[in-house]
Design a protein around this ligand. Structure first.
Ligand SMILES: Cc1ncc(COP(=O)(O)O)c(C=O)c1O
Length: 367
């Protein structure tokens, strides 16, 4: 049977042409092409400022740091997300406070978020799992009332909309990932978006050794503390090339999800987690819940079909260890959750075949 990956990055001629020009220019550092890439992203998302950085993890660290968050502070993070979200908090010296998730969306549970707020809470990081929006209306309302910073983890939600606006543009800052399993990839890389001029300037200095303007390195003025989280024009060349295929990829990812929804909706053993596709939500990956997840994954693997298990809840990882009893939803759902093949390189037929196999698995008493 043809191999069907759960995800597959793809690079084309445009990236090669642009990369060649960067190499020939002998200026591989962050330069004009990075600015062009940032401007292009800003136009796509309708946001004032974009900063390209080394990863989404770095993007979240810098976002929290730009607001002065550090030792003694608490930042609320949902228990189901890639561990990077919590790690970015810990990197600032602040403490990541984990809260349970909503059973229908797997995004931050609003009541748990509100209950976790203390005098030390300075920020919240809602995470848009698989491109599915956290309840930004409620998150923003509570954050405003409690004077909390909102940093959106939109690592998986590039070009996904909520109430007519792109995810990542609701909070004070939004962070995106350009790692390989994303809609556009530069190998590694991340983006911070913000409409706040003051935060933008702070972020700019933080990512580049405290310099608002880069000179020779020898005679530069550093008015603030900063680090090195710069992008490179090599990555920007790849990113600009990737944007050429963006619309096609978006259409394909929507279609992948529609076919899954249609073909699996009658199957009682599998529930396809919902997306508001007509309202602009973009399913980056199709996620499903099933009691027999591990058996299904093993069966698909034998048939050459890739899939990916959901992360273990963060509270179950050594550094963050807490009792399951505080996280009934994430503890119950994480072992049932997986991502089905969702690559933009797949065809209708590939998805139909995956669904057929899933149905075979559940109809076969002996499987
Ligand atoms: C929800 C979420 N947050 C954060 C990250 C971290 O992104 P990066 O690998 O670019 O640091 C990822 C990466 O896949 C992610 O899925």
């Amino acid at each position: 049977m043809k191999k069907i990956p759960w995800w597959q990055p793809q690079f084309g001629k445009k990236e090669v042409t642009l990369l060649k020009s960067v190499l020939q220019s002998a200026f591989p550092n962050e330069g004009k092409l990075t600015t062009e890439f940032e401007n292009n992203i800003g136009e796509h998302l309708g946001v004032k400022h974009v900063l390209a950085v080394t990863s989404a993890t770095a993007a979240m660290f810098l976002s929290l740091k730009s607001a002065g968050i550090g030792y003694g502070d608490e930042v609320i993070v949902p228990d189901i997300t890639f561990i990077a979200t919590a790690n970015a908090v810990e990197m600032t010296g602040a403490k990541a406070i984990l809260v349970d998730v909503d059973p229908l969306t797997l995004t931050i549970d609003i009541n748990c978020f509100e209950r976790a707020i203390t005098d030390k809470t300075k920020a919240v990081i809602p995470v848009h799992i698989s491109g599915r929006a956290a309840d930004m209306h409620e998150v923003s309302k509570i954050a405003k009332r409690k004077k909390l910073l909102v940093v959106e983890d939109a690592a998986e939600a590039f070009m996904s909309k909520y109430k007519g606006k792109y995810l990542g543009t609701f909070g004070d800052m939004g962070c995106f990932s350009l790692s390989p399993a994303k809609t556009i990839s530069t190998g590694q890389g991340g983006l911070i978006v913000t409409n706040d001029d003051n935060l933008y300037l702070k972020l700019k200095m933080l990512k580049d050794q405290g310099r608002p303007v880069r000179g020779t390195g020898g005679n530069d003025i550093h008015p603030a503390l900063g680090f090195n989280f710069k992008f490179t024009d090599l990555q920007a060349a790849v990113g600009l090339g990737q944007l050429v295929y963006l619309e096609k990829r978006i259409q394909r990812m929507r279609k992948n999800h529609r076919i899954y929804k249609k073909l699996l909706s009658q199957l009682k053993e599998v529930s396809v987690l919902p997306f508001k596709v007509d309202a602009g939500e973009l399913p980056q990956w199709t996620d499903v819940l099933t009691e027999r997840r591990d058996d299904l994954v093993a069966f698909l693997k034998k048939k050459n079909i890739g899939s990916r298990n959901f992360w273990y809840p963060i509270h179950s990882q050594a550094y963050y260890k807490l009792s399951d009893e505080h996280f009934p939803i994430s503890s119950a759902l994480s072992p049932k959750a997986l991502w089905l093949p969702s690559a933009f390189t797949l065809s209708d037929n590939d998805i139909v075949n995956v669904c057929k196999l899933i149905k075979t698995f559940f109809s076969d008493e002996t499987s």
